[in-house]
Write a protein that binds this ligand. Structure first.
Ligand SMILES: [Zn+2]
Length: 153
């Protein structure tokens, strides 16, 4: 083979490789939308549970609108937050329609999932009775006579 042919083959191979890498990068990015860090505003990878640039942890809070805690905001700081009517829960609700251990809200990979702990009256998210659900900002949760809004911050 002559030298120009070899150069053409090598150049073609390099070009293909560049295209392949570009496609892979593009494909990887389009799978899940990037989340922006609310502190440093840089884009975070979906697998990060906290911002690797500044250490910010995606947070959430419960804004109580009905029941004994109405008007209060409680920040979800733990990996597991429980709501119930007796001491020992993260949030104690003096609500006669709330079970002793009623609800758990679990943080996993930056998302928050609510789950019924086998309560008598169940939990309602946006009016639907659910055993568990990944919470979205603005979701309205009802347990007993207590109602709260899930907020991200
Ligand atoms: Zn950050």
């Amino acid at each position: 083979m002559s030298t120009p042919v070899l150069i053409a083959i090598i150049a073609g191979g390099v070009l293909l490789l560049v295209l392949l890498v570009a496609l892979l990068l593009k494909g990887g990015k389009s799978k899940q939308p990037a989340r922006a860090c609310l502190q440093c505003k840089r884009n975070m990878l979906p697998t990060w549970s906290k911002c690797m640039f500044c250490g910010w942890t995606p947070g959430a809070r419960l804004e109580f609108i009905l029941g004994p805690l109405a008007g209060q905001n409680v920040r979800l700081t733990e990996d597991m937050t429980t709501l119930g009517s007796v001491a020992g829960n993260t949030i104690v609700l003096a609500d006669p329609a709330v079970s002793k251990r009623h609800v758990a809200i679990r943080r996993a990979e930056g998302e928050f999932e609510i789950a019924d702990l086998g309560s008598t009256n169940g939990i309602y998210v946006n009016g639907h009775k659910v055993p568990k659900k990944s919470l979205q900002p603005g979701d309205i949760v009802r347990v007993g006579n207590t109602e709260l809004v899930f907020r991200r911050e």
